[in-house]
Write a protein that binds this ligand. Structure first.
Ligand code: PMP
Length: 359
């Protein structure tokens, strides 16, 4: 007995855990600086941690099926109806739920290249396929409607990421508007705002009322520091009122995750501090790294280093873990997440040593 042919489903390769890398290097995990997964180096809000502890007492009962408390809170914050908020297992889950809602077998989606690999994977998992539009190094990976529309061929979903992972570039609002009106009626434009808290540009959420071919995905994994709990959400058009209950995995988010997300929303100061810290780290890296860096609006910086694989490997041997962007379809660069002040200083120092060595 074998599963169906899964050969087209390339596995998602996450950054390796800090314990695993430490074991390989014969180091203590505390000696390592892990800046490879765009996590919040300051951790979650203490309020979220307290909520996790409280929620732990009640884990023998199912969470609220419709995730109503979190959906209602988010709906109020974003000025949308609660039915427009789809609580999901991470933003990855949001991509899956949207694919379930949109794709018939054989449908195609359009994704950025380089870009976040899960867009294409999710399409394949839902019996679809992916084509790509290019973002190019020469213009700093600038995002524009024209680039997407030149490649567009009636795909059912078009994915954009702003700020974009791994480049940090943004899709300006006028370009999003041009894209929304440039695609066919049957195409959903999905704006991935996983890193939006770190940017000063406006969110696409307020366009949901005016454009019925737009969905926005967001997450508690990045600025809110809850990556381990897997809570994200999609904001969908008002007309989709009953679709969630037809595509969601029952009890999509755990009771612990929901409690933490609600508490995290209530600690705006923690998010603000995290964002300010990331902005400092971004600037420090942009100025301090002896490599060309691209303007970033996310909690990471992309640096052009020549041999990204060698730089990643040598930095790792010195206890600094960064991401070789080959896996994003972008060889020659590394992506370095914003760490705490000391982590960021150490990363810059180590990367500069490695760059000098390889020069
Ligand atoms: N979108 C982008 C652009 C990402 O970089 C990530 C995480 N790496 C996600 C979505 C998924 O985030 P999560 O599932 O942790 O919410």
């Amino acid at each position: 007995m074998r599963p169906r042919d899964l050969s087209a489903n390339a596995p998602y390769v996450p950054g390796r855990g800090i314990e695993e890398v430490a074991r390989d290097l014969g180091m203590d995990p505390g000696e390592l600086v892990k800046l490879s997964s765009n996590e919040n180096p300051h951790g979650p809000s203490p309020k979220a941690v307290a909520a996790v502890r409280d929620a732990a007492d009640d884990v023998s009962v199912y969470p609220k099926a419709a995730h109503t408390d979190l959906a209602e809170e988010l709906a109020e914050r974003w000025g949308v109806a609660p039915e427009q908020v789809w609580v999901t297992p991470g933003a990855d889950g949001a991509l899956d739920y949207l694919a379930r809602a949109m794709l018939d077998p054989g449908d195609r989606v359009l994704v950025p290249e380089p870009g976040f690999s899960y867009y294409a994977m999710s399409a394949r998992y839902h019996h679809g396929s992916a084509a790509s539009y290019p973002l190019t190094k020469d213009d700093g990976f600038a995002q524009a409607a024209e680039t997407v529309l030149d490649a567009y061929d009636g795909e059912r979903m078009v994915h954009v990421t702003t700020p974009h992972n791994p480049t940090g570039s943004e899709l300006p609002r006028e370009e999003l508007l041009a894209l929304l009106s440039g695609v066919d009626e049957h195409t959903l434009v999905v704006v991935d705002e996983a890193y939006a808290e770190f940017s000063t540009s406006p969110t696409a959420v307020d366009l949901l009322g005016e454009h019925d071919n737009l969905a926005v995905t967001r997450t508690f994994s990045k600025a809110y520091g809850l990556a381990g709990l897997r809570v994200g959400y999609a904001l969908v058009p008002p007309e989709w009122a009953d679709a969630y209950s037809r595509v969601n995995t029952p009890f999509a988010a755990s009771a612990v995750g929901l409690a933490a997300a609600l508490a995290a929303l209530d600690d705006g100061e923690h998010v603000e501090r995290s964002v300010e810290s990331a902005q400092w780290a971004r600037e420090y890296m942009e100025k301090g790294l002896d490599a060309h860096t691209f303007d970033s609006a996310g909690n990471f910086v992309l640096a052009e280093v020549g041999d990204g694989t060698a730089v990643t490997e040598r930095a790792r041997e010195r206890g600094v873990i960064v991401r070789d962007t080959s896996s994003f379809g972008l060889p020659g660069c590394v992506r370095v997440s914003c760490g705490t002040e000391s982590e960021t200083r150490r990363a810059v120092e180590t990367l500069n040593e490695v760059l000098a060595e390889l020069d």
